[in-house]
Every structure is written in structure tokens, then in C-alpha cells.
Write a protein that binds this ligand. Structure first.
Ligand code: FAD
Length: 317
């Protein structure tokens, strides 16, 4: 079932959902089930599974030979989605990205997802890989999420890249990312919203936000989206802080601010255990306020640490 239909069916009740990361290469699918099992009592209608692009290093093999070695850490998004649907009977939402994919490879991946009965995709550009300073599209790939979105909506209309592989139309519900604190490459929030609106005009049916720690940023963002003519559900994404080092890691990796009160509380923590308690309490308070404001869904970035999300969900659902 489509994410948008889950939201309609809930008739104003706030849903609970979460995102998991594929396990590291070499781990078993059981580690995914161990991360999901404790959260099933809160009845998530859908679970997102992130996609992690291949990174490379070049190893000197002597005699002027360089060997390209893949350092991909978390493969398996499509398979994990299929396993989730089979085991739990809930919808799995794979993230699909532009980076590393030609249009043909994207089409093949979408055909696989359709075969597997997957109804939703979260369409993203992806970030630059470590060996490249800025995002570089694949030859014959997409530069922006909007272009990838166009490919999905084309498939939904039965328009395949080549006549020879033409099949039935797909019926994917498409979500996209939104940034209450602006995407870090955008020159201004206004510019970022212009391209977000473009994605919605091209067929995106819902938005999931980047994490934020100050609800006012989300409320202002929703208001600005409304004023810009964006009228699809905007699902807030929440990341509970679980370790002291995240005070510097989250702003530098995700380009988000931490409010002073949260920073002060974390500064008073002597170890990760107490920082985790502060993070959980902060996320509970954020969630309560968002739920009271009637958000369609509370979506948690679990980083596969389900016990933390479970504590928060227990206070809410
Ligand atoms: P876009 O919408 O393409 O925007 C990228 C930038 O380009 C923005 O600054 C935008 O303003 C600008 N822009 C857009 N269109 C145009 C245009 N036509 N001309 C000029 N500028 C333009 N990454 C992963 O690799 N895997 C994941 O699983 C993943 N999951 C995510 C889930 C969520 C909810 C979020 C918020 C992010 C996720 N990301 C993931 C990270 C995401 O890939 C990065 O933030 C990426 O840098 C931008 O992706 P986007 O889809 O927002 O890009």
C-alpha cells in the first residue's frame, strides 16, 4: 500500500515509522530482524531502508598497476525490502539514488522493485562519494533527484527507456527529501524550496525531512512550503542523539543546528550513557509537540539502534 494511502487511512492520527540501514557486509539478515522486532509492537505501516553507494579505493599492485577495490559497506537494500515484506507484512520503502546508477541500471532496479510488490520509493540524489569532492553523476545517469523522479513517473505511465523492454506501467508512490534547515549546497532556503516544489509538481506525493532538533524549524518549513504551493504531507524525520560525539558529527555531516538548551544539557553529561538519556528525553519532547500539532507521521532515523527508538515510541504510541 502507498505511504499516502496509509496517511489517508489514519484519518489524522499520527503514524509511527522508522528507517533502518542495511547491515554491514558480511552480517546476516537476522541483524535487520533484531533491529526491527522490538519496534513492531508500535505498528509501523512502513519501514524505510536506506541505500549506500559503492565507494572505491585504488591499491598500488606494483608495475604501474592500480587495482580498483570496492569498499561498499552496506549492500542489499532491495533484498532487505523483500525480506521485510515477507516477514512482517508491512510496506518497505527502498531509497533509490542517482549516484552510481545509469538510467538503464535505474530502470532495471525499478523493474525488480515492481516485481517484488514494492509500492513506494524515496527518490534521492545521494551525496558525493569520498573520492570526489562534489556530486558527480554516472555517465548516462541523473544529476538531480527531480530527474530520477521523472524516470519513475515515466515508468508509472508505461514509458520505458527502450521499446524492446516495454512492460506494464508501474504504480510507485514517490517520496522525496526536504530540508527544514536548507540543503547544504543550496544558496538559500528559497532556492531549495523552488526545487522542492519542482519535485512535487513532477509527481512527488510526500516529503520526508532531514533531521532537526528544534521543532520551530519544522513548523516554519511547513509554513514556507505551504506558501510556495507545496501541499503534500511533510513527514518529520527525527534522530535521537545517542553519543556525545554526535554534538559535532551531526552538524558537520547533516548540516543541522543543535539548540542551545540541548547543547547545554549534553555539555553537562559525563559519558555516552547520560548523553543518550538526554537525547531520548529531547526526542520524546520533540515528538510529543509534533504529535500534538497533528503531523502525519513521526519517522525515526534509528541507525538500527532500536532500543532507543523503542523508549521514545513507548512514551508516544
Ligand atoms: P536534490 O533534490 O537533487 O537536491 C540537491 C541540491 O541541488 C539541493 O541543494 C537543491 O536545492 C539543488 N537542486 C535541485 N534541483 C536543481 C536543479 N534543477 N538545478 C540546480 N540546483 C538544483 N543519501 C543516500 O545516499 N542514501 C539514502 O538512503 C539517503 N536517504 C535520505 C533520506 C532522507 C529523508 C534525507 C533527507 C536524505 C537522505 N539521503 C540519502 C541524503 C541525500 O541523498 C543528500 O542530502 C543529497 O545531498 C541530496 O539529495 P536530494 O534528493 O535532496 O537532492
Amino acid at each position: 500500500m502507498k505511504v499516502t494511502d496509509h496517511i489517508k487511512k489514519a484519518k489524522g492520527e499520527t503514524l509511527f515509522s522508522f528507517e533502518i540501514l542495511p547491515p554491514k557486509k558480511g552480517e546476516s539478515v537476522q541483524s535487520i530482524f533484531n533491529a526491527i522486532d522490538p519496534l513492531m509492537e508500535f505498528k509501523p505501516p512502513f519501514i524505510d531502508v536506506t541505500y549506500h553507494r559503492e565507494e572505491y579505493v585504488y591499491k598500488d599492485r606494483g608495475n604501474d598497476l592500480l587495482e580498483k577495490v570496492s569498499t561498499r559497506k552496506r549492500p542489499g537494500t532491495v533484498g532487505i525490502c523483500a525480506a521485510i515484506i515477507n516477514k512482517y507484512g508491512v510496506d518497505a520503502v527502498p531509497h533509490i539514488i542517482c549516484g552510481g546508477f545509469s538510467k538503464e541500471e535505474t530502470e532495471n532496479a525499478l523493474i525488480d522493485l515492481d516485481f517484488l510488490g514494492i509500492d513506494n520509493v524515496l527518490v534521492l540524489r545521494g551525496d558525493a562519494i569520498k573520492s570526489e569532492g562534489r556530486f558527480v553523476p554516472e555517465p548516462n545517469g541523473h544529476s538531480y533527484a527531480s530527474e530520477l523522479l521523472r524516470q519513475v513517473t515515466n515508468l508509472n505511465n508505461g514509458e520505458y527507456l527502450h521499446e524492446e523492454v516495454k512492460q506494464n506501467e508501474t504504480d510507485f508512490c514517490v517520496g522525496v527529501a526536504g530540508y527544514p534547515e536548507k540543503h547544504f549546497e543550496a544558496p538559500s532556503l528559497k532556492s531549495d524550496l523552488k526545487y522542492l516544489k519542482q519535485k512535487v509538481d513532477m509527481g512527488a506525493e510526500y516529503i520526508v525531512t532531514q533531521m532537526f532538533f528544534d521543532n520551530q524549524k519544522y513548523f516554519d518549513f511547513v509554513e514556507k512550503c505551504k506558501n510556495a504551493g507545496i501541499d503534500v504531507p511533510i513527514i518529520p524525520g527525527l534522530k535521537p542523539i545517542t553519543a556525545l560525539k554526535q554534538m559535532s558529527v551531526l552538524p558537520s555531516v547533516f548540516h543541522v543546528d543543535l539548540p542551545d538548551d540541548l547543547v547545554d544539557a549534553l555539555d553537562d553529561c559525563k559519558d555516552n550513557q547520560s548523553a543518550r538519556e538526554v537525547g531520548i528525553e529531547w526526542a520524546i519532547q520533540q515528538s510529543k509537540e509534533l504529535k500534538a500539532a497533528g503531523v502525519p507521521c513521526l519517522h525515526y532515523y534509528t541507525m538500527s539502534k532500536s532500543q532507543v527508538t523503542k523508549r521514545i515510541a513507548e512514551a508516544l504510541f
